[in-house]
Ligand binder design. Sequence first.
Ligand SMILES: Cc1cc2nc3c(=O)[nH]c(=O)nc-3n(C[C@H](O)[C@H](O)[C@H](O)COP(=O)(O)O)c2cc1C
Length: 174
Amino acid sequence: MKQEALEVLRNRRAIRSYKEEQVPSDLLQKVLEMGTYAPTAGGRQKPYIVAVQDPDTVKLLKKLNGRVMGNEDADPYYGASTIILVLAPKDYALADLDCASILVNMLNAAYAVGLGSVWVHRSHEVFEYEEGKALLKKWGFEEELQGVCSMALGYAEGEHPEAAPRKEGYVRIV
Ligand SMILES: Cc1cc2nc3c(=O)[nH]c(=O)nc-3n(C[C@H](O)[C@H](O)[C@H](O)COP(=O)(O)O)c2cc1C
């Protein structure tokens, strides 16, 4: 049994406070690579993964995500200096499922390499804003894409959170 892998799956938690220190490229590469090994429908690998470390772009993504929540000054990425986005073609019916599959792999990989991470929502709206569309263009995407999900990535600040108790009746073997 791959005990270490099971421990990663059990102990990964959403991290909502980050140190300023940037994620080194070798660890970032590992997390991204594990995203590319996630299952996608039919193995078609339709989504795209974009890692953002440029401070101005990180700032803009925080602002746009905050705008969706009604507060551009909020930091929905909790001070993280790396943001990873998962996007998919607009006309792709399984976009949400594929992108979620990829994001979960990367959340677990982050914990496995000693980094903190948290899933951050509202990417659909972010990439409907003109500023969001302009970013996609700047990054060289020619097909029309939708933002599906994203994550903060960085060195966790503070205590590792405890998991909430699992609900009664969560699982049935029938
Ligand atoms: C679809 C989805 C959207 C989420 N969006 C956010 C978010 O926008 N901000 C945030 O802080 N956490 C977000 N989370 C993280 C959850 O709140 C977190 O996983 C949950 O509280 C359980 O904690 P754990 O990950 O430590 O087990 C999201 C999780 C999922 C699955």
